[in-house]
Write a protein that binds this ligand. Structure first.
Ligand code: ADP
Ligand code: UDP
Ligand code: MG
Length: 246
């Protein structure tokens, strides 16, 4: 049912963290309530809870949401909104890889070639970048955007980080809509060409869908219809995140 014939495209520079005023949803206020308590009370409360707040250190395991969907399904756009409204750290695997490329490292040279071809970067590289970013964020709620891309990624993450995600959010978007969005993204990414897009869509179908199927069989997938405007989709996202305990 989630398998769609996927047709076609991009690599953009680091994430836009912009979010429109219209991005907030009706559930937002409900979620912000605990964070609106006086700071001293918050700090005191954290001393007696099992998980520290994202600004107060995280000595316990964080709540992890993998955010998956085809290229152009809106993962990055929605993650930015979730991070703002629900206080998650947003770790984009693609952005971490692009930062590595920008650093000029030897690894970066390997990564850029892989990304240009729409293939998947070796798991040990990506998992190590994510592990370090999780540690550096010290957050108690983490969105991992665009990872795992394949079963090997998934297994490597679970082995190295020693965790499964708490949930997997799947943005389900028709191929023609994804292609249209990617063509309009215009962020100067090296994978922003028709040839690479075709390959990425094929890779999504053959390698990433099995990861979604795996987590689905474990009852972890929350599918969101990713058609409509970004704000309409975020309404559904808000309903989901408002129902979670983290
Ligand atoms: N619901 C939407 N409708 C139309 N365009 C969208 C929507 N969500 C995101 N976009 C745009 O589509 C492109 C791809 O979105 P992005 O969030 O980068 O997707 P992904 O991270 O899944 O590749 C971006 O240019 C973004 O602004
Ligand atoms: O865990 C990951 C995430 C990304 N990529 C590579 O980086 C590209 C861009 O990924 P990103 O998530 O930024 O693309 P999006 O799906 O958001 O358009 C992918 O096509 C892959 O080549 C990868 O190898 N492993
Ligand atoms: Mg993205």
């Amino acid at each position: 049912m989630w398998r769609r014939r996927l047709g076609a495209f991009l690599l953009r520079s680091p994430p836009s963290s912009s979010s429109t005023a219209a991005s907030s949803c009706q559930h937002r206020r409900h979620h912000l309530l605990p964070r609106e308590e006086p700071p001293a009370l918050n700090r005191l409360a954290r001393l007696f809870t099992s998980q520290a707040g994202s600004d107060g250190g995280n000595s316990q395991k964080p709540f992890i949401a993998f955010v998956l969907g085809g290229p152009g399904s809106g993962k990055g756009t929605q993650c930015t909104k979730i991070a703002l409204d629900f206080g998650f750290a947003h770790l984009s695997a693609g952005d971490l890889l692009r930062h590595e490329i920008a650093s000029g490292s030897e690894k970066g040279e390997l990564i850029v070639d892989i990304i240009k071809e729409g293939r998947i970067v070796p798991s040990e590289i990506t998992v190590e970048l994510i592990r370090k970013a999780m540690e550096a964020s010290n957050a108690n709620k983490v969105l991992i955007d665009g990872f795992p891309r394949c079963e090997e990624n998934r297994i490597a993450f679970e082995r190295i980080v020693g965790r499964e995600p708490d949930i997997v959010v799947f943005f389900d978007c028709p191929e023609d809509e994804m292609v249209k969005r990617l063509l309009g993204r215009n962020q100067g990414r090296v994978d922003d060409n028709i040839e690479t897009i075709k390959k990425r869509l094929k890779v999504f179908e053959s390698l990433n869908i099995p990861v979604i199927d795996y987590y689905s069989s474990r009852g972890k997938v929350r599918k969101i219809n990713a058609t409509g405007t970004a704000d309409e989709i975020f309404e559904a996202v808000c309903k989901l995140f408002s129902s979670l305990r983290f």
